[in-house]
Design a protein around this ligand. Sequence first.
Ligand SMILES: [Zn+2]
Ligand SMILES: [Zn+2]
Length: 343
Amino acid sequence: MAITTAIETLNPRTWLYPTPRGLYCEPGDFYIDPAFAVPRAVITHGHGDHARPGHRKALATPETLAIMRTRFQDMPDTDQQALKYGESVRIGEVEVCFAPAGHILGSAQAVLAYKGQRIVVSGDYKRRPDPTCPPFEPVPCDVFITEATFALPVFHHPSDAGEIGKLLRSVSTFPERTHLVGVYALGKCQRVIRLLRESGYDKRIWLHGGLMSLCKLYQEHGVDLGDVAPVSEAILETFKGAIVLCPPSAIADRWSRRFADPIAAVCSGWMNVRARARQRGAELPLVISDHADWPELTQTLKDVGAPKVWVTHGREEALVHYARGIGIDAEALHLAGRDEEDS
Ligand SMILES: [Zn+2]
Ligand SMILES: [Zn+2]
């Protein structure tokens, strides 16, 4: 007797779907984190595989736009529209708003509402506290799109404080040596500095030149990094006992030869994979990740409570399997142009 509502139910894949240029929202005529320049983009955060130059219009948080201007020479040809967390804007027939993703400064989940249906594109996220950005906010929705960078049960990231403690113990054990710490320039670098400060380290922290501009930007946005200075400005400095932050690639570079008997540390979620740590030349691998580990990913699916989950950006199969096991209609969403910026 009952008439099924299935026919009336909007299939979310009809209004948000992957294309070769990226995830496309048809009733809003925009792409989310497109892999190529497009007429209108919504950007979740400033990492290179999400934020690219050359869009005609870009909507992002004010912090993400500031990061993009720093990285892409001010983007004079892009019409930039800033949207703060919690505010909303209408694009075409779609209501768009941003919720914090807890990943890096300015990182956001894009919350899209259309015809009574809500899809959350979470971009990259993590759940543990990060002193450089507001925490991830679970948003109830019909479809949750999640990353899967560390989506295997073996990935359990240890506590940040414990990893920073390893670095500080090594610094006090080897006071004659320089500690070269490989960090990704956007997010990881500033978070590691803040974690060092919270652990009570108040000495000057030296920076590779490639890290300066984004550190300055974080400071302008109220993230107190304490006493930081570029290595290039130090004329008489011996760097004995110093902590020097640099991009991971600089550790094996000519640049690192100036330091006396350095100890190479690398901060990355991948550092709990021994082969990756070896490949990076990390004598002191520190597992500090800007992505959710397995417990955080699975907890997030429960917290968000979406009946449908689309998994992208990493190891989709395990998380799809897990989600189906707890009654979620889950599938992999294959998007072009993603890489692991955290590797
Ligand atoms: Zn990212
Ligand atoms: Zn990413």
